[in-house]
Ligand binder design. Structure first.
Ligand code: 4AD
Ligand code: MG
Length: 465
């Protein structure tokens, strides 16, 4: 018989004579004449109540249906007499498929997030993580939908690469050399020509440079895949492995890029609101009381746009004492980003035109300002509670300026010959950005730690599972 998912059973419009369900026991309550078993199959937050009459031939099996056990139930879907649910199932057959005993760690009681991280193989069975990972799945679908509906093509950049797209030197080395006894050249240095790829290779920090190649052929493209950064920052917003979405658009400037970023973020939030209402309600109750109000607020208003220079002035005039005072040319720190979004503007803010010296080599150089200061056409989208969720820019399409920027960053032109070729043949203004998928999930769910929105977090000192 065909399995019905709990989600569909709960949305039934009429009783059903026979229904077949499979799932796991959340709780069981035994009365004299019958038992109530709550069956959850992860298709939605709620479970379905199964009533097993003590006169049923299968009734002895119920005694083995402890919390966590896998069960199969056939029965009738009927209007529930109990409060809190519209439907329940009166069992005609009840089987335990996989037992779970009292050592099952997810007994019905509250567990700390730290404890649940240690049992990442079981935590998807909890209400919170079931909800997080359903939202994660839905958001991934919404990413593709957004771009596909707008004529963007999905590109798969390589995961193993020889180039440092961000030039920040935060890459994980990929090697098959014997680390105990690596081949060495005459200069005693490890001989990378003997390595698997004949040169030094790494896990990618960003698919952007490859996305640019494809934008300069297919016009509108996006990537969506894992990226890796060996930053040793143990914060609630940094992971060593995270997923990034990177659209890249030919014939596009910074304004078009900021417009696309805003439309994209709003699309994703609108989509989860529509399709994950029950899970969001759960987050609103147990994770972040202000979630619903914040999502509505973010969706209603345009995001503020503020140049870096204006931002520095606002911060200077705030009258606050900063741990890191900023003057023009300094990086904005988390405390400044939070002030801008949470106190000054009280909404998402796109900061643009950053000092040239702070940003990556590929960003388009703006004309100097009245005081001769140089900026690049970069933008960061900052949101309340999290800070940066998007980083992007218009790219330098002028060969001579790009070469000069590469020289400033001490990059070897020979290694980036193909990137320079894009500026030699049919170069066009183009722009793109990267959205950190986990940061977006934190924003959409209110979950405060990045370790709790990715199935198996990779952070300094932690690579379990
Ligand atoms: O600002 P980033 O470094 O920009 C780039 O990588 C560009 N190549 C993007 C582009 O223009 N195509 O990273 C983009 C976003 C950040 O805004 C942040 O949301 C996320 O990626 N991110 C991280 N998320 C989790 N853990 C980390 N360690 C992250 N580093 C960046
Ligand atoms: Mg950034």
């Amino acid at each position: 018989m065909q399995r019905t998912l709990v989600k569909d059973a709960l949305h039934a419009t009429a009783p059903t004579d026979t229904i077949f369900l499979q799932g796991w026991v959340r709780t069981r309550r035994d009365a004299k004449a019958f038992s109530f078993v709550e069956l959850n199959d992860g298709s939605c937050l709620k479970g379905l109540q199964i009533v097993v009459d003590a006169s049923l031939a299968d009734y002895p099996a119920v005694a083995h249906a402890h919390t966590g056990a896998a069960i199969e139930v056939t029965g009738k879907l009927v209007a529930s007499k109990g409060a809190g649910q519209q439907w329940e199932v009166v069992a005609t057959s009840f089987k335990v498929i996989g037992e779970a005993d009292g050592t099952y760690p997810l007994q019905k009681k509250g567990h700390s997030l730290e404890f649940l991280r240690e049992i990442a193989h079981l935590r998807p069975r909890s209400n919170l993580f079931g909800a997080v990972f359903r939202v994660r799945s839905r958001l991934a679908y919404a990413v593709h939908q957004f771009f596909q509906e707008r004529g963007f093509h999905y590109v798969h950049p390589p995961i193993i690469t020889a180039s440092d797209a961000e030039g920040a030197g935060e890459m994980f080395r990929v090697t098959t050399l014997d680390l105990e006894n690596p081949p060495r050249g005459a200069d005693k240095h490890v001989d990378a020509t003997k390595d698997f790829f004949g040169k030094k290779t790494f896990l990618t920090v960003s698919g952007q440079l490859e996305a640019e190649i494809f934008a300069c052929a297919l016009s509108n493209v996006y990537t969506f895949g894992p990226t890796f950064r060996a930053e040793n920052s143990n914060t609630s917003r940094h992971a060593a492995e995270f997923w990034m979405i990177e659209p890249e658009v030919a014939f596009c400037d910074l304004t078009g890029d900021m417009d696309l970023a805003e439309e994209f973020v709003k699309h994703l939030l609108r989509d989860v609101k529509t399709h994950c209402a029950e899970d969001l309600e759960f987050f609103g109750k147990f994770v972040d009381k202000d979630l619903a109000a914040r999502l509505d607020f973010v969706l209603e208003k345009p995001f503020v746009r503020c140049s870096y220079t204006e931002a520095v002035e606002i911060i200077a005039q705030s009258g606050k004492t900063w741990e890191h005072p900023v003057s023009w040319g300094d990086n904005l720190q988390a405390e400044h980003e939070r002030y801008l979004t949470e106190e000054h503007f009280k909404c998402p803010v796109t900061v643009y035109n950053y000092p040239r010296a702070l940003k990556a080599f590929y960003m388009r150089v703006n004309a100097p300002d009245a005081q001769g200061r140089e900026t690049v056409a970069a933008m960061d989208l900052l949101v309340p509670g999290i800070g940066e969720i998007i980083g992007g820019s218009q790219r330098e399409e002028r060969l001579d300026v790009l070469r000069e920027s590469m020289a400033r960053h001490h990059l070897d032109e020979k290694a980036y010959w193909w990137y320079l070729d894009l500026r030699r043949y049919g170069s066009v203004p183009h722009a793109g950005f990267g959205l950190g998928f986990e940061r977006m999930l934190m924003f959409a769910t209110g979950v405060a730690n990045i370790r709790d929105v990715i199935p198996f977090a990779r952070t300094p000192g932690a690579a379990e599972f």
